[in-house]
Design a binder for this molecule. Structure first.
Ligand SMILES: [Fe+2]
Length: 299
């Protein structure tokens, strides 16, 4: 309880007057995925989101703050049912206008693919990639009080969130110290009106948080607290729990919405997370082979 009180004090005394980016916490530097094919994923991460292709299978952000690496294993399977593992990776844009600019680029990519499909004669074109539309889809949008977010899903079924934080001075805590988060309607028109470009994920962006499906919340909370030094910031959301380093609203979300359905060995998806430095307060080990979501961590 002492730790939670300290977090609350930190939030009250420091965070409310500063930006979330000033919180001292490890950065998510590299995410490694297993996939049966790279190009369908590149249609989202490279073409629609604007990450730079260093080489096929390796994409990097504009200021090299993070990278995504795709290990192509043609035999790996795409699961159609939600399973324990990644729920979504959340890319944090540095401002509301930057989020809007990225969304405009995504919408333009969807429109372009849709137009190509419309122009492709049905006979002989139905099976071509141009005729099958974009290799990703927009899944939803929400205002979470602390942030505004749009959700997508890539060709392998991996979730992607694009979001921008509200200023931490606007974050609220309930009587128990939980940071208030909810899911309410996003003002999409108001958001898009702030865009001045279609730049995509720009310099200053980061991987703000990860969200995993786990079999059990209490087990997961204990694991991430003991092994990664993460502390709970929100435990009242149905079926989910949120944890963070420092006073951020969350660096990690976990939920039990996949129950305990396990993906088969070798399935496509996120397999490893690399941090910029050891998590605060953790033992001296160099990483974790597998966490409650079946994902490895190193630093
Ligand atoms: Fe999220």
């Amino acid at each position: 309880m002492q730790a939670r009180k300290r977090d609350f004090m930190y939030m009250s005394d420091d965070l409310s007057r500063s930006k979330a980016s000033s919180v001292v916490a490890p950065l998510f530097r590299r995410l490694e995925y297993r996939t049966p094919a790279y190009e369908p994923l590149a249609a989202l991460y490279r073409d629609a989101l604007g990450l730079t292709e260093v080489e096929p299978g390796l994409l990097r952000s504009a200021d090299a703050g993070f990278e995504l690496a795709f290990d192509v294993r043609p035999e790996s399977t795409r699961e159609t049912e939600t399973t324990v593992g990644l729920y979504h990776v959340a890319f944090l844009l540095p401002s509301r206008a930057a989020l809007a600019a990225t969304l405009r680029r995504v919408f333009a990519a969807v429109r372009s693919a849709t137009e190509r499909r419309a122009e492709t004669p049905e006979a002989g074109g139905a099976s071509s990639s141009a005729a099958s539309g974009p290799a990703f889809f927009i899944e939803g949008a929400a205002d979470h009080l602390v942030s505004e977010a749009v959700y997508l899903r890539d060709a392998d079924g991996n979730g992607v969130e694009l979001y921008a934080d509200r200023d931490p001075s606007e974050w609220r805590r309930d009587a128990e110290g939980n940071i208030a988060m909810d899911t309410v309607e996003l003002d999409m028109a108001g958001l898009l009106a702030t865009a001045s470009s279609t730049e995509g994920i720009c310099a200053g962006s980061s991987i703000g948080h990860l969200h995993f499906h786990v079999p059990d919340l209490d087990t997961a909370e204990a694991f991430y607290r003991n092994n990664l030094g993460l502390k709970v910031t929100q435990r009242s959301y149905p079926g989910a729990r949120f944890l963070a380093w420092g006073g951020y609203h969350h660096h990690l979300g976990v939920n039990t919405w996949a129950k305990d359905r396990q993906a088969p060995e070798g399935a496509a998806g996120l397999v490893r997370v690399l941090l910029s430095e050891p998590p605060p307060g953790t033992p001296s080990h160099n990483g974790l082979a597998s966490d409650p979501a079946g994902i490895g961590w190193s630093w």
